[in-house]
Design a protein around this ligand. Structure first.
Ligand code: SF4
Length: 112
């Protein structure tokens, strides 16, 4: 496998995203051991569907790649991936971690 000097290495920091008091240091790595045999490390996202976090005003934090909820509405049907990142309620389009403009723990019952 070809690796240039610029190829990311496991543990390298990809980006730091700050939302309110939450700071996410996104690093390169592998989700499972067998992936090490398959190629270069990928950006590891926090699991915000399992471990829910909220902004100061109660809005749900979501990653762009997580599975959509029942309120999903596609932002651009030509780029439909069926994940939070292409939902019209996803605030901060283009960022890996964003805020859901639809779900708020102060006003909604938030499931799963
Ligand atoms: S409404 Fe919020 S949680 Fe549901 S799919 Fe859209 S961005 Fe994700």
């Amino acid at each position: 496998m070809f690796r240039s000097d610029k190829s990311p290495k496991e543990g390298d920091i990809y980006k730091t995203v700050k939302i309110d008091d939450h700071v996410f240091e996104l690093k390169f790595g592998y989700y499972a051991d067998f992936e090490r045999e398959l190629g270069e490390p990928v950006v590891i996202y926090p699991d915000l569907s399992e471990n829910k976090l909220y902004t100061k005003n109660g809005s749900l934090l979501v990653t762009a790649i997580q599975d959509p909820c029942a309120h999903y509405e596609v932002h651009d049907s030509k780029q439909k991936n069926e994940c939070c990142g292409d939902c019209i309620h996803y605030i901060r389009h283009g960022d890996e971690i964003g805020v859901c403009g639809r779900l708020n723990r102060n006003t909604d019952i938030i499931m799963n």
